[in-house]
Write a protein that binds this ligand. Structure first.
Ligand SMILES: Cc1ncc(COP(=O)(O)O)c(C=O)c1O
Length: 452
C-alpha cells in the first residue's frame, strides 16, 4: 500500500533539533579523516550532563508496579509537592488545583498555544522549539526582535501589541533565557507586566531554567509579578537533569478556573495522563530535601564555572562578543565582526558557518543563528557548555571544590577538555579566516602593483 500523508503534515518543516541531529549524523558518517573518530566538540545540544538525582531514580524503581492510569492533571501527591516546591524556591503561593502535570513543558506549551486565542508574540533570539509549534497550529505570530542587550524592550512590545487587532495576545517569555543565558530582573519583569496588563497580553513564562540561576536569590518568577495573566511552565528536564523522564508542569493564572477545565479536556483527548511511575518518581524531585537542595547548588555552581570559562575564552578571541550568562548552560556568541571575511570565504549564512565549523579540521558543533529565529545572515550562535562527563565532574566537584579564579580555570581544563579544545578550534577557525582574507588582499595588491 502506498500511504498518503496528510497535506498539513507535509507542509510542516522539520524542527531544528531534528535537523541538527541529521546534520551531525551525516557529517559524521561522511568524514573520511581518522580524526573524526573522536566525534566532535559538542556545543550544540542543550542537555544537562549530570546524573538524575539518586532519590528520583530510587522512587522510579519502587513505583514500577504502578500500572493504573493517573488522573489527567497529575497525581495529587505530585501536585501538592510542586505547590510546596514553588513556595520554597520561588516564594509563590500556588494551590495544587492550579498545577497541571504534562509530558514535558514542550507539550504543555503546545497545549497552551492550542487553547489560547490570539496572536503569538515571539521575542528573538528564541529557543528553537517554539516556532515549529506555532506554525503547526497555524497561529498568527509576530517576532519581537530584541536589541543590543538581547532582552525585550517594553516599549517595543507595546508598539507591536498596538498594531495587532486581536483582543488577546500571547507573549512567550523565556526566563532565564535560552540561548542567551540571561535573566530578567524584577524591574524588567514589572515593566513587561505593565505593558501586558495594558494591552491584554497573556504570558507563557517558560521558566525551565529557573533553578540553574547562578545567583539564585536574583531569580523572580513572572507568576509573582503578573499572577492574573501568567502561565508558568517548569519541570524536571534541566534543573533535575531528567529531560528523558518527560515531566513538566504548568501553573495556571489565578482565577482561570474555566480555562483549567478546557485544558483538562485537551490533555484527556491527547494523552490521558503522564506515566504513573514517572509521576511518583517526580514527587521526590520536587519535595524539599537536603539532597535535592545540595544537588541544585552544586550543579548550578558547575554550570557557572563552565559558563564563565566559556565566556572569557570566547570573548578573548579578537572580534568575538558574547552574552555573559546569569543562568542555564548556554550563551549567545556573536561573530558578526567577521561578516566581511566570512562573506569573502563564501560563508553567507549562519547555517553555512555551522557547516564550516563542523567539517575537518574544526569538528565543532554549534547552533547557528537561523535556528535561533534570527536572520539567516546573522552570524550569531548558541554555545552550550556541557560537553563533559557530568557524573564524573559532579564527583570531582564534591571532592575538591575550586574556589579561586585560577582553581576554577584548572577545574575546567581538567574536567572539560572538550570544552577547552572546542573553543580553541573556534579561535583557530577565525584566525585562519582572517589570515586567508589578509593573504587574498596582499595577492590582490601585489597583482595591482605588477600590472601598473
Ligand atoms: C527554553 C526551553 N523550554 C523548554 C524546553 C523543553 O523542556 P521539556 O523537556 O520540559 O519539554 C527546553 C529544552 O531544551 C528549553 O530549552
Amino acid at each position: 500500500m502506498k500511504f498518503v500523508v496528510d497535506q498539513q503534515v507535509e507542509d510542516i518543516e522539520m524542527p531544528e533539533n531534528l535537523k541538527l541531529n541529521t546534520f551531525l549524523q551525516e557529517f559524521h558518517s561522511d568524514c573520511p579523516n581518522s580524526e573524526c573518530n573522536f566525534g566532535f566538540y559538542g556545543f550544540a545540544f542543550g542537555q544537562s550532563p549530570f546524573p538524575v538525582p539518586k532519590l528520583i531514580q530510587d522512587e522510579l524503581i519502587k513505583n514500577a508496579d504502578k500500572g493504573a492510569y493517573a488522573a489527567v492533571p497529575g497525581i495529587p501527591e505530585l501536585r501538592s509537592a510542586i505547590s510546596k516546591y514553588n513556595k520554597h524556591y520561588f516564594g509563590m503561593d500556588v494551590s495544587p488545583e492550579r498545577i497541571y502535570v504534562g509530558p514535558g513543558t514542550k507539550e504543555l506549551i503546545f497545549n497552551l498555544l492550542e487553547i489560547l486565542h490570539g496572536t503569538v508574540i515571539l521575542p528573538t533570539p528564541a529557543w528553537l522549539g517554539y516556532l515549529p509549534q506555532i506554525r503547526f497550529l497555524k497561529k498568527n505570530y509576530h517576532m519581537l526582535p530584541t536589541r543590543a542587550n538581547k532582552k525585550i524592550v517594553p516599549n517595543d512590545l507595546r508598539k507591536l501589541a498596538l498594531r495587532l487587532q486581536d483582543r488577546q495576545k500571547i507573549l512567550i517569555l523565556n526566563n532565564p533565557h535560552n540561548p542567551t543565558g540571561l535573566l530578567y530582573d524584577r524591574l524588567e519583569l514589572e515593566e513587561i507586566a505593565d505593558v501586558c496588563r495594558e494591552q491584554n497580553i497573556a504570558v507563557i513564562s517558560d521558566e525551565i531554567y529557573a533553578l540553574t540561576t547562578y545567583d539564585f536569590s536574583k531569580f523572580v518568577s513572572m507568576g509573582k509579578i503578573y499572577p492574573e495573566g501568567t502561565f508558568v511552565t517548569n519541570g524536571l528536564s534541566k534543573s533535575h537533569a531528567a529531560g528523558g523522564y518527560r515531566l513538566g508542569y504548568v501553573i495556571f493564572p489565578q482565577h482561570a478556573i474555566d480555562l483549567r477545565r478546557q485544558f483538562k479536556k485537551i490533555l484527556a483527548t491527547e494523552y490521558t495522563a503522564v506515566s504513573t511511575p514517572i509521576q511518583h518518581a517526580a514527587v521526590a524531585g520536587f519535595e524539599i530535601s537536603k539532597e535535592m537542595d545540595e544537588y541544585f547548588v552544586h550543579t548550578r555552581n558547575i554550570h557557572q564555572i563552565m559558563g564563565e570559562y566559556t565566556y572569557h575564552a570566547l570573548t578573548a578571541i579578537d572580534g568575538v562578543r558574547a552574552t555573559k550568562p546569569d543562568a542555564t548552560f548556554y550563551l549567545l556568541a556573536d561573530f558578526n565582526a567577521f561578516a566581511t571575511d566570512l562573506q569573502k570565504a563564501k560563508i553567507n549564512t549562519s547555517q553555512k558557518l555551522s557547516e564550516s565549523l563542523i567539517v575537518h579540521p574544526y569538528h565543532t558543533a554549534i547552533v547557528g543563528g537561523d535556528s535561533l529565529v534570527l536572520e539567516r545572515t546573522d552570524f550569531s550562535a548558541r554555545i552550550a557548555y556541557v560537553d563533559y562527563d557530568g557524573v564524573k565532574v559532579y564527583q570531582e566537584y564534591l571532592a575538591n571544590k575550586p574556589k579561586s579564579s585560577f582553581e576554577k580555570i584548572e577545574f575546567v581544563k581538567k574536567n572539560a577538555p572538550k570544552v577547552v579544545a572546542g573553543i580553541d578550534m573556534i579561535a583557530d577557525f577565525f584566525t585562519n579566516l582572517r589570515k586567508d582574507a589578509l593573504q587574498e588582499l596582499q595577492i590582490k595588491k601585489s597583482s595591482m602593483i605588477a600590472s601598473n
